[in-house]
Design a protein around this ligand. Sequence first.
Ligand SMILES: [Zn+2]
Length: 175
Amino acid sequence: METVKQLPKTIKLFKFARKEASLHGDYKISAMPRISEIARNTEDRIKVALSFYLENDKTPCIKGIIKANIILDCQRCLEALPLELNVLFNLAFVRHESQAEELDTSFEIYNIGEEEDLDSIDLITDEILLSIPMAPSHDFDCSLKIDKEKEIVEKISKNPFDVLKNIKMADFGKE
Ligand SMILES: [Zn+2]
């Protein structure tokens, strides 16, 4: 095993796997365009650790973890929705479908065809997006809050007339 080194911009899949490289990365969310589009906290950081190895002496694999705190918009109430991500994955990169059949179900299979190199940011972005729910929302019933706020607004807008009515009634009562 090599000592832990910085993950480069381009992953040399077969070379890294043969060397059993362990690489780590530390990125600003703003360095990942597709995450920046949905995150409110683009100045916060994403930490990544990847271990490369060859499965069955031929299939390059990556075992990894991504840690990040990403603040999204809740799709129900549109307020901030903090998400603590601990994404664990085990990826296998095959050249054709039949190669995937030799692997057990713990692997997430990527068919790379003739490709040798991968873009680090793309790979990490894909894994993060896969781990985020399709329509992220608070795990409590945040829609209730919206209804209550609307009620309050409605009451306030009615209030001036009610108050006026009450004063008039009170005045009449005196006479
Ligand atoms: Zn919500």
